[in-house]
Write a protein that binds this ligand. Sequence first.
Ligand code: URA
Length: 226
Amino acid sequence: MSAAPVGHVDELQAYAESVAGCVRCRLSQGRTQVVFGAGNPHADLMFVGEAPGFHEDRQGLPFVGQAGKLLEQLLAQIGLKRGDVYIANVLMCRPPGNRDPQPDEIEACESHLFRQIELIEPVVVATLGNFATKLLSGRPLGITRVHGQEQETTIGGRSVLLYPLYHPAAALYTPAMLTVLAADFARLPQLLGRSLEPAAPPVESEPGPELKLVAAHAASEQLGLF
Ligand code: URA
């Protein structure tokens, strides 16, 4: 757990309340509600996804649909539960028909995400998919190029380890991607433990048999998700 001051928890709550009526972009017109980040306000590990989908919009919580179930399974593989981590999105409102976030929507919403990162003070921020990765890395490189490669960055005046991962929603439909996601996920405990030491070179080799087993298990579990 981080040493985030207790006062930050109240600030986070106050911030969530202050953005519940946000009308900074057009997405406010079609949403059921703003989907603020959720989870442990003292988390060392924070995930950043893309945007709420149908179920998230209805329930007001991030990652409660099928992608969320896979995220929970992946967390379980490393001995963590949803309540141990903090989960947020690039956008807090559902884009119509789950279309991609548009640049002006990301620009309108990004300070809400940055404020959450400042208040949570995570050690590792795992970005899920292209949108979160490009926004937080400030680089245009796509997730296929950079997944599994941690990089140190500064957010809100603090150093954090950025760790790009494939988006679970994409991995749900592509078993090969799920194998890679599970292998990348398996490195999280090590990254959390060693936090800001220099990044190791990316491992290009195939995941070992154990990780393949984990991914195969996740893939078969996936059948029960629909
Ligand atoms: N996909 C996301 O990126 N975020 C969610 O909250 C749900 C699905």
